[in-house]
Design a protein around this ligand. Structure first.
Ligand code: HEM
Length: 235
C-alpha cells in the first residue's frame, strides 16, 4: 500500500504535469528531442542523393533497423511524439479556455508571430504528414511489403531505397512532402526558440543567438528534407 508521503509525491507530480508550466516543460523537452531526431533522420535520408543505386542508403537503413540501442531510442521517439501531440492539444485547449475571445488589439510592444498563433494548425499538418509517411515507409519496413536486396557480406535487407523511389515518382506525394515541410519550417520558427525559453534559457546575451540559430535551423532543415523528394522525382 502506498504511504501518505508517496501519495503526496505522486500528487505533486500529477499536479505539476497538468499545470500550465508543467505542460510547457513537457512540450519543450519533447520538442528538443524531436529536433535532435529530425537532424539525425535528415543526415540519414540525405544518403538517398548518393548516386550509387541506393547501396549506402540501404546499408544505413539496415543498420538503423537492427541496432538494439537505436531500436530502444526509436521506442522513446514514438513515445515523445505522442506526448508532444497530446500535450500540444492540451495546452491549446487550456489557452483557449483561459482566453475564449481573442484580443481585438495587441499592443505593439508584445508582437505575436503568425507561427506562434498557429502552432496547433501547423502541428496538425505535420501529424497528417507523419501518418502518410509512416504508412509508406516505416510500417512496410516493420510489417512487410518491401522487396529484399543483398547487402554487404551477403546479408538480406529491405530495399527501402526502391520504396522511396516508387513513392517519390508520384507527383502528389512530392507535393504533400513539400507543403508539409513548409508547415514544419513555420512550426520550427516558433518552436525552436520557444523550447529553450520554456526551460528557462532566457538570457540577454544568449537569447538572440538561440533565436538566430533556431531561425536558420527552421529554414535549412525542412528545405533539405523537401529537396530529397523533388530531386528523386526528376531523376
Ligand atoms: C525526404 C524526407 C524523408 C524521407 C525520405 C524519410 C524516410 C524515412 C524512411 C525510409 C523511414 C523508415 C525507416 C525504417 O523503418 O527503417 C522513416 C521513418 C520515420 N520518419 Fe522519415 N523521412 C523523411 C522525412 C521525415 C520527417 C520530416 C519526419 C518528421 C516530421 C519523419 C519522421 C519519421 C519517423 C518518426 C520515422 C520512424 C522512425 C523510427 O523507426 O523510430 N520523416 N523515414
Amino acid at each position: 500500500m502506498a504511504t501518505s508521503t508517496e501519495t503526496a509525491k505522486s500528487n505533486w507530480f500529477i499536479q505539476f504535469m497538468s499545470s500550465s508550466i508543467g505542460k510547457k516543460i513537457v512540450m519543450s523537452l519533447t520538442g528538443i528531442f524531436l529536433i535532435l531526431f529530425l537532424t539525425v533522420h535528415l543526415i540519414g535520408n540525405l544518403q538517398l542523393l548518393i548516386p550509387d543505386g541506393g547501396k549506402t542508403f540501404n546499408e544505413y537503413a539496415h543498420f538503423m533497423g537492427h541496432n538494439k540501442l537505436i531500436q530502444f531510442v526509436s521506442i522513446g521517439n514514438f513515445f515523445f511524439i505522442l506526448l508532444h501531440i497530446v500535450y500540444g492539444f492540451m495546452l491549446t485547449f487550456s489557452n483557449q479556455k483561459a482566453r475564449p475571445v481573442q484580443y481585438a488589439y495587441t499592443p505593439s510592444t508584445k508582437k505575436v508571430s503568425w507561427s506562434s498563433k498557429n502552432m496547433a494548425l501547423l502541428g496538425t499538418i505535420i501529424l497528417i504528414f507523419l501518418v502518410v509517411h509512416l504508412q509508406a515507409f516505416w510500417a512496410k519496413s516493420k510489417f512487410g511489403g518491401l522487396d529484399h536486396v543483398e547487402l554487404m557480406g551477403g546479408v538480406q535487407g529491405h530495399d527501402l531505397y526502391k520504396a522511396t523511389q516508387i513513392a517519390f515518382k508520384e507527383w502528389w506525394i512530392v507535393v504533400l512532402y513539400v507543403i508539409s515541410m513548409v508547415g514544419l519550417a513555420f512550426h520550427l520558427v516558433h518552436g525552436f526558440q520557444s523550447a529553450f525559453q520554456s526551460i528557462g534559457l532566457n538570457h540577454r546575451k544568449y537569447t538572440p543567438f538561440i533565436k538566430a540559430l533556431g531561425f536558420g535551423y527552421a529554414i535549412i532543415v525542412p528545405l533539405l528534407y523537401a529537396i530529397i523528394p523533388v530531386y528523386m522525382y526528376f531523376n
